[in-house]
Ligand binder design. Structure first.
Ligand code: URA
Length: 240
């Protein structure tokens, strides 16, 4: 692969922009300065350094963010900041998308990728990948409420009741709820259907992969192959 093509694929700009970048002397290939954009590079294990910042070449990008309060998942939000403002420009440029959405007042685990097939596998209800939420409710969590969430609640515009994959009380006002799909405002609507109301909502995990405890709100990290396997782990009862 030509250096200019490698840079373009990683989101460093147009062909013309990447050619200019290399010619300006701002680029190193595996730690060695290179000012010829047509240089052949081997993508495996390739590290591109731009203005002193090292970027590992990735054919596809997978990122996990700790979504903070008050950010929208759309690229051009109307009233709030966008989660895309928290990613570096090359990731925006290479077309990263949110893997499902969280409401602006929901916090927690949010994925981004430029791999369409991965996005489909993560959000398709047929793949049975659980999204695990911690919901803090306005009124106490009752056993009747937990039963209703486990057996299924009727939401407006849905043909049949929807049940949580699992549901447990964590304390008097907090419950953990696992869902196999991601319909619009689903947790809030399911809890409203039981007569309660969500005050705070946080996504703790997807599949078998939990939000890292060390990742502060607003920060993101790369995902490796092992993380992706954990994320794609179907819920035990899901059919393959
Ligand atoms: N369900 C909701 O109601 N909101 C979210 O952000 C995610 C799931």
């Amino acid at each position: 692969m030509r250096l200019v093509r490698a840079l373009q694929s990683q989101g460093f700009g147009s062909r013309k922009g990447c050619v200019a970048l290399v010619r300006s002397g701002a680029v190193e290939v595996n730690g060695i300065p290179c000012d010829n954009p047509e240089t052949e590079v081997d993508p495996s294990g390739l590290v591109l350094t731009l203005d002193g910042v090292a970027w590992v070449y990735r054919e596809r990008a997978y990122v996990l963010m700790h979504k903070p309060l008050g950010y929208e998942c759309s690229r051009h939000p109307s009233h709030h900041s966008s989660v895309f403002d928290l990613l570096p420009p090359p990731l925006i440029q290479r077309g990263m998308q949110c893997v499902g959405r969280l409401d602006q007042d929901t916090t927690g685990l949010l994925l981004f990728s430029d791999d369409g097939q991965f996005i489909h596998r993560m959000i398709s209800p047929r793949k049975g990948v659980a999204k695990v939420y911690r919901a803090t409710c306005a009124d106490p969590v009752s056993s009747a409420m937990l039963d209703a969430l486990r057996t299924g609640v009727q939401l407006n515009d849905e043909p049949a009741p929807i049940a949580a994959l699992a549901c447990e009380a964590l304390d008097s006002h907090t419950l953990r709820l696992s869902l196999g799909e991601g319909k619009y405002h689903q947790v809030r609507r399911m809890i409203a259907a039981t007569g309660n109301r969500v005050d705070r909502l946080h996504r703790e995990a997807i599949g078998n992969h939990a939000l890292p405890a060390t990742l502060p709100p607003g920060q993101w990290c790369w995902l490796d192959e092992n993380d992706l396997k954990q994320l794609e782990q179907p819920w035990p009862s899901a059919k393959s």
